[in-house]
Design a protein around this ligand. Structure first.
Ligand code: SF4
Ligand code: SF4
Length: 240
C-alpha cells in the first residue's frame, strides 16, 4: 500500500547527500565566475565553448540533485506526476532566464536546424506576451492569461516535447508537481490547488549565478521569448 505523505513537500531539509550535490554545484559555478572574470574585462569569444561546457556540467549536477530530492519525496509518500510528454506547465512563458541559457538554447536550435522556426515562434509569443502584460499589468496575471492563449515558444505543442530539452533553463528544470498532472492545466477546476514546486539551488549557488549574470549582462528581458530574440539580434555577450 502507498505510504501517506508526511509533512509538506515544500520543506524538506537537506541531508548529507543533497548538501554534497550543492557543494559540487557551488564549486562549479565559482569556477565559471572565475573564468568569466571581472565586469568590464575583455573576454575573448574563444572562452564561450569552455563556459558552455562548464554550464552543462552544472546542469548535470543539478539534475542529479533533483533526482535525489524527488526520490526522497517519493519515499515520504509523495507522487511526482511529471512524465515525458506532459506539458501543461510549458503553456507558461518562462521568465527570469539567464544569458548562458539563452546562448545554449540558440546554439542547440542552430545545430538542430530549427533556428528560423524558433525565431518566428518567439516573435509570435513575444507579441502576445507584451499584449497580456499591457492588459493585466502584472506578471503573475499575465502568466495565467498567456497560458490560456498560447504556450512557450520552444514547446512542440503536438508532441508535448521541449525543443531545447537538454539545455532547458533552470526555471524549467527545477519545476515539478506532486498533484495529478491534469491539475496543472490552466483550464482545470483544480488548477489553483495544484502543488507545483520549484526546487531552487541553495542561496550561495544562486548568488554566484547572479554574479555570472551581471558579468555577462546587460540585463535580459524577463520573458524567454524576448530574451532569445534580443540575443539572436545582437548575438553577443558583454565583453566579447
Ligand atoms: S509540472 Fe505538471 S504539467 Fe509540468 S510535467 Fe509536471 S505534472 Fe506535467
Ligand atoms: S523551455 Fe522547454 S521546458 Fe521550458 S517551458 Fe519551454 S518547452 Fe517547457
Amino acid at each position: 500500500m502507498k505510504e501517506t505523505p508526511k509533512g509538506s513537500p515544500f520543506t524538506q531539509p537537506p541531508d548529507r547527500v543533497s548538501s554534497s550535490f550543492m557543494d559540487r554545484m557551488l564549486a562549479s559555478v565559482q569556477d565559471m565566475a572565475h573564468l568569466i572574470g571581472a565586469p568590464g574585462r575583455n573576454r575573448p569569444r574563444s572562452i564561450l565553448p569552455e563556459v558552455l561546457g562548464m554550464w552543462e556540467k552544472v546542469n548535470r549536477i543539478y539534475d542529479e540533485y533533483l533526482k535525489y530530492e524527488t526520490g526522497r519525496l517519493r519515499k515520504r509518500g509523495f507522487n511526482i506526476s511529471c512524465t515525458p510528454g506532459c506539458s501543461w506547465c510549458c503553456r507558461n512563458m518562462p521568465t527570469g532566464v539567464m544569458h548562458l541559457e539563452v546562448v545554449a538554447a540558440h546554439q542547440h536550435l542552430t545545430r538542430a536546424g530549427m533556428l528560423n522556426k524558433a525565431i518566428k515562434r518567439a516573435l509570435d509569443a513575444a507579441e502576445l506576451w507584451n499584449r497580456v502584460i499591457r492588459n493585466t499589468g502584472d506578471e503573475e496575471a499575465a502568466l495565467t492569461q498567456f497560458a490560456r492563449e498560447s504556450h512557450c515558444p520552444f514547446l512542440d505543442h503536438k508532441r508535448g516535447l521541449c525543443a531545447i530539452y537538454p539545455v532547458r533553463p533552470l526555471v524549467c528544470r527545477s519545476h515539478f508537481a506532486t498533484t495529478p498532472a491534469h491539475w496543472c492545466d490552466p483550464e482545470s477546476e483544480s488548477f489553483k490547488g495544484a502543488v507545483k514546486i520549484s526546487l531552487e539551488p541553495v542561496r550561495q549557488v544562486q548568488d554566484q549565478l547572479s554574479t555570472i549574470e551581471e558579468r555577462l549582462g546587460p540585463g535580459l528581458p524577463r520573458s524567454i521569448a524576448e530574451a532569445f530574440l534580443v540575443f539572436t539580434l545582437k548575438g553577443e555577450l558583454r565583453g566579447e
